[in-house]
Write a protein that binds this ligand. Structure first.
Ligand SMILES: Nc1ncnc2c1ncn2[C@@H]1O[C@H](COP(=O)(O)OP(=O)(O)OP(=O)(O)O)[C@@H](O)[C@H]1O
Length: 578
């Protein structure tokens, strides 16, 4: 909301600049030619906490709430007096500014040039110490100072962080610096000779200054450090205008420093995550949860054996990645050859898998080996094995059992040495029970089983995978907000890793900021509505009973026994009549 300063003559001055000077001198922003008002009497300045009024020097009488003060915060509606004039801070949007009361706020060409160069230098990622040096030099440049240094004001010890030249110790342990650190307000000493108290300040003496400008450089709301700028004999004193420009620059610098610090922290977090991801990667699979570590151990153990492996897991959990890992760990010289049984029509699967000779069917112009032969010496990966057409299963059984394949249109078998790894998100036992899968083939393919856990059971692995995808795909975005992290950890991911990868990929490409939020991931607002507990419990029980039946090879009786309930209860839970 725009704020104004209401003057004794009833006019309103808009507070558009970070520092507004009040005094009888015509160089001031608010000129009050009244008895008791000194040439430079008070300064109004804005920082992260709002507006503050400060006496320009010790002899300037300033009153707030009828008490004499040197410095006081001002809320909208509050007044202060300089000499006999009372001025009020007002937030009325109806206040009509008096044109020309405040000199045009547009900074001069020099300030614009310095600001632009300064901002672009600061935006380059560098250690904070180097950025502080840039800030101090930029301020000295904009104020055209002979001397400039930055004093750390954190804790009680003061020390120079950077400077334009040598700084005597006396200038650091200084009353002006203390005053700025304690008040958070800038101090302008336009003419040392005119103020005996200031003329004796250790810094002024040690640096042989005629004019000094000390500004707070804030990080967040606490004063972080003080910027000391000075001019020597022969130079004009600092003006309120230069104070104003330096304050504008220091506010910008504080903002850039805070951003730079956040980025450095983010980079440190990303570096440590990158190291964690490296340590948590097994054959390209990312995860350090106990269930994934157990899976890696199993792959390591089974890899070199000749056992046929069935990989079971929900869709998108990474079954194909596990198949690749098993092949890499097998030490087999041949290739990994994959076929997705759900993606092809029956006739094509047959030709692809077993191959054919010339003339075996219309369009078979040449002899062609199938994928089984291509996998000789390697691994045949049968993805979505549950969708293998029943009519082809006996042919596949012969391949697995006899280790030989006969091309379509041929009648002499060829020997093959391959290991079969199959994957499914369905229960082969249930398919066998339903008569849609051969029991003997299932036993052959399922010599050992590897279960890939759903993503929602892998804890922080979600974050490791998300960061990995972001570092691979991210353009501007480098991390996730706290809310996005929580949303990722709370989302059930029915599509598992595939869903996570695609959400992060999309967000990484489309996000405009440094950090990805829950809305970029399309998480948060679109989760399923909560249902009453009783309803959720019933849905869970029904799902669990169905799973138990599937795992008992389709036998409701066995499932009832395993669950410790009667057969009637099974029917009741399923909502069927017994
Ligand atoms: N642990 C992991 N770390 C990193 N990326 C992974 C991980 N697991 C899976 N992915 C990636 O997720 C995607 C899906 O994985 P994959 O295709 O192996 O799943 P699937 O279980 O075989 O899926 P489907 O059931 O649909 O066949 C792929 O892009 C894969 O690279």
């Amino acid at each position: 909301m725009p704020l104004f300063l209401a003057l004794p003559d009833g006019s309103h001055v808009p507070l558009e600049k970070p520092v507004v000077s009040v005094g009888s001198d015509s160089a001031c922003d608010v000129v009050l030619r009244e008895p008791g008002v000194k040439p430079s009497h008070a300064l109004l300045f804005r920082d992260a906490r709002g507006w503050t009024v400060s006496a320009a020097s010790k002899g300037c009488e300033l009153r707030v709430r009828n008490k004499r003060v040197e410095l006081s915060p001002l809320a909208p509606g509050e007044s202060f007096s300089v000499g006999r004039c009372t001025l009020t801070l007002i937030s009325s949007e109806a206040a009509s500014p008096v044109a020309g009361s405040v000199p045009e706020g547009a900074p001069g060409g020099r300030l614009v040039a310095v600001l632009t160069g300064f901002a672009s230098r600061l935006m380059v990622q560098r250690p904070t110490v180097e950025l502080l040096d840039e800030v101090m030099r930029g301020l000295a440049e904009v104020a055209d100072a002979d001397v400039g240094f930055l004093v750390s004001a954190e804790g009680t010890r003061r020390h120079v962080l950077c400077s334009t030249g040598p700084v005597p110790e006396a200038a650091v342990v200084d009353s002006l610096v203390d005053q700025v650190v304690a008040s958070g307000a800038p101090v302008l000493v336009s003419d040392v000779a005119a103020d005996a108290a200031l003329a004796g300040a250790p810094s002024v003496v040690a640096l042989r200054l005629t004019s000094a400008l000390v500004l707070p450089l804030r990080g967040g709301t606490a004063p972080l450090s003080a910027v000391y700028l000075g001019r020597r004999v022969g130079r004009p004193p600092f003006s309120p205008r230069e104070l104003e420009e330096a304050m504008a620059l220091s506010s910008l610098a504080a903002l850039l420093l805070a951003t730079s610090r956040e980025l450095m922290e983010l980079r440190t977090r990303v570096d440590s995550l990158t190291q964690r991801i490296e340590a948590a990667t097994f054959e390209g699979i990312i995860g350090e949860s106990p269930s994934m570590r157990a899976l890696y151990r199993q792959v390591e153990r089974l890899g070199p054996t000749s056992l046929h492996v069935l990989i079971q897991g929900e869709t998108g959990t990474g079954k194909e990645e596990v198949a690749k890992a098993l092949h890499r760990r097998s030490g087999r010289r041949g290739r990994l050859v994959a076929i997705n049984c759900a993606a092809l029509p029956e006739s094509l699967i047959e030709r692809e898998l077993f191959g054919h000779v010339k003339g075996a069917f219309s369009g078979a112009g040449t002899d062609r080996p199938g994928l089984v032969e291509a996998a000789d010496g390697g691994t045949l990966f049968l993805d979505e094995i549950g969708d293998m057409p029943l009519s082809l299963q006996s042919r596949l059984l012969r391949v697995v059992q006899e280790r030989e394949v006969t091309r379509l249109g041929e009648n002499h078998p060829r020997k093959v040495d391959m290991r079969v790894v199959s994957a499914t998100h369905r229960s082969l036992e249930a398919l066998v029970a339903e008569g849609r899968f051969r029991g003997d083939l299932r036993y052959r393919l399922d010599e050992v089983r590897v279960e890939v856990p759903p993503l929602r059971e892998r804890g922080d692995d979600v974050l490791l995978i998300a960061h990995h995808v972001l570092s691979r795909e991210g353009r501007r975005a480098r991390g996730f907000t706290q809310k996005a992290t929580e949303a990722l950890l709370g989302h059930p991911f029915p599509g598992n890793v595939r869903e996570l990868v695609s959400r992060v990929r999309r967000a990484a490409i489309l996000a405009s900021g440094e950090l990805i939020g829950p809305e970029d991931l399309e998480l948060g607002g679109d989760t399923a509505p909560l249902v009453p507990l009783e309803e959720a419990r019933e849905a869970f029980v029904q799902r669990y009973v169905r799973e138990a039946i599937a795992r008992s090879g389709g036998s409701k009786k066995d499932a009832a026994q395993a669950l410790g309930i009667g057969l009637r209860s099974i029917f009741r839970y399923l909502g069927e009549d017994s």
